[in-house]
Design a protein around this ligand. Structure first.
Ligand SMILES: Cc1cc2nc3c(=O)[nH]c(=O)nc-3n(C[C@H](O)[C@H](O)[C@H](O)COP(=O)(O)OP(=O)(O)OC[C@H]3O[C@@H](n4cnc5c(N)ncnc54)[C@H](O)[C@@H]3O)c2cc1C
Length: 415
């Protein structure tokens, strides 16, 4: 089998890239060892975070760091034994998160986020997937008036700088929107621009169907068999060897399994996260995606049930699951909303693929012909899949990308 381009990884990033290449007339083979969309792109919180212009930084203040060091929080947890291997990434992440550097990174990152909804809208329409989407924003709720005021001030700043819309909710307004929520909260806010996905797996599957309609082909295969050959690249699949002139590495948290053997040893890390689905007791209904912001977990009323997702676990990617945060968050969430039984046999775990400067790696590999990278989307991979696919496909086909992609170029890291 031959193709113009082989795309490795059928998560939201690889699938979106494959669509945009196929739309530009390229013959594309999409390769994954599993069915499309079954890994990180399945288990996320389903938010297309149009408001997420500022990537999540690492805490800076000594007092906050000490609080995290105690390892008893809901929003973050770490494996102490993994720290010697994780520390170099964390140190670099901490360095980039300094206020001045974070401000510059936000300026470079915001254009990607600005195109998140419009690029999803394009694919959603082409894929007939609008039944999977809600367009009524998402909600952050706060227990203390001081924390609420701080977030409202930050929201006002984002409103004036990035034109983002939000609505402040006092206690009464929150109660009328979410009547089954406990009265622990002083209020909250709704971000108006973001969309939410009722079933992230089904969305990726709909995008794959669109890709196939455009003439693309999906096959099961092992990306680690990638080898350079005379006129490009070859990978072994269940349907035999596939040869392509160009190859895109979109393997999310596993991207290093292909880039490292080629000599690109990026200082990347993962923030692992968990989810569990629940029913609701006594006919209670959760109307919107809701983050208990001071505790650090999210409740998402999806098709599969109410999905509780957790914050960041710093551990080795392949270490066994330790759903400590899920247990802590569930105990709190049960007092906040009448959650019913657990609906899954065991917690789902995924790994957000993270770079130290919080921005994805998108562009041409520095030292190989026909090798392209699209990974490291951290907390916003679902949000950024379609825009990533578009700008990479535009770059690969010699078009001017819709936004300047130089901030995301691989060579910003020494590797
Ligand atoms: C708990 C949680 C909540 C999140 N919530 C949100 C959210 O609300 N909004 C948002 O925008 N983002 C969210 N994210 C982040 C988002 O899910 C990820 O950034 C995104 O899914 C990454 O997509 P990807 O395509 O890069 O990786 P993946 O979806 O992991 O795709 C990589 C693919 O590579 C394949 N692969 C790996 N190794 C091989 C191999 N050797 N051979 C062949 N194939 C291989 C895998 O099978 C997989 O299909 C969340 C993440 C987590 C963990």
């Amino acid at each position: 089998m031959t193709a113009d381009v082989i795309v490795l990884g059928a998560g939201i990033i690889g699938v979106s890239t494959a669509i945009h290449l196929a739309r530009r007339g390229k013959s594309v083979v999409l390769v994954d060892r599993r069915d499309p969309g079954c890994e990180t792109s399945y288990g996320n919180a389903g938010l297309i975070q149009r408001e997420g212009v500022a990537p999540y930084g690492f805490p800076q203040e000594f007092r906050t760091l000490m609080r995290y060091a105690l390892n008893n929080r809901v929003d973050a947890f770490y494996h102490a034994r993994a720290m010697p291997r994780v520390a170099p990434f964390l140190l670099r992440y901490w360095w980039h998160s300094n206020v001045d550097r974070h401000t510059l990174i936000t300026k470079a990152y915001a254009p990607l986020i600005e195109h998140s909804i419009s690029e999803h809208a394009d694919l959603i329409e082409a894929a007939n997937a609008s039944h999977l989407i809600r367009k009524d924003g998402w909600m952050e709720v706060f227990r203390s008036p001081a924390a609420l005021d701080k977030e409202l001030a930050s929201a006002r700043a984002k409103q004036s700088e990035y034109g983002l819309a939000f609505e402040a909710l006092d206690k009464a307004a929150l109660a009328s929107r979410e009547p089954h929520l406990s009265d622990d909260f002083a209020g909250g806010l709704i971000w108006r621009d973001p969309w939410s996905v009722l079933d992230p797996l089904a969305l990726t599957q709909a995008y794959v169907a669109l890709f196939e309609k455009l003439g693309g082909r999906f096959v099961h295969g092992d990306a680690t068999t990638l080898t350079p050959v005379a006129n490009g690249w070859k990978v072994t699949t269940e349907d035999g060897p596939v040869q392509g002139e160009e190859v895109v590495v979109a393997l999310g948290p596993w991207s290093d399994t292909v880039t490292a053997p080629l000599g690109y040893r990026y200082l990347v890390g993962v923030k692992r996260g968990y989810h569990m689905h629940y029913g609701a007791r006594d006919g209670a209904k959760l109307n919107n995606w809701l983050m208990d912001a001071e505790r650090g977990y999210l409740l998402a009323p999806m098709n599969q049930g109410i999905r509780l997702t957790t914050g960041a676990e710093f551990a080795l990617r392949d270490a066994p699951k330790t759903p400590v945060q899920l247990a802590r968050a569930e105990a709190i969430a049960r007092n906040v909303f009448p959650l019913g039984e657990r609906l899954d046999a065991e917690p789902w775990m995924g790994a957000r693929p993270c770079t130290p400067d919080m921005m994805p790696v998108i562009g041409k590999a520095p030292r190989h012909r026909g090798l392209w990278f699209a990974f490291g989307h951290a907390h916003h991979g679902l949000t950024l899949g379609p825009v990533t696919g578009r700008i990479l496909a535009e770059t690969m086909t010699g078009e001017k990308p819709v936004i300047d992609i130089s901030a995301y170029r691989p060579e910003r890291f020494r590797a």
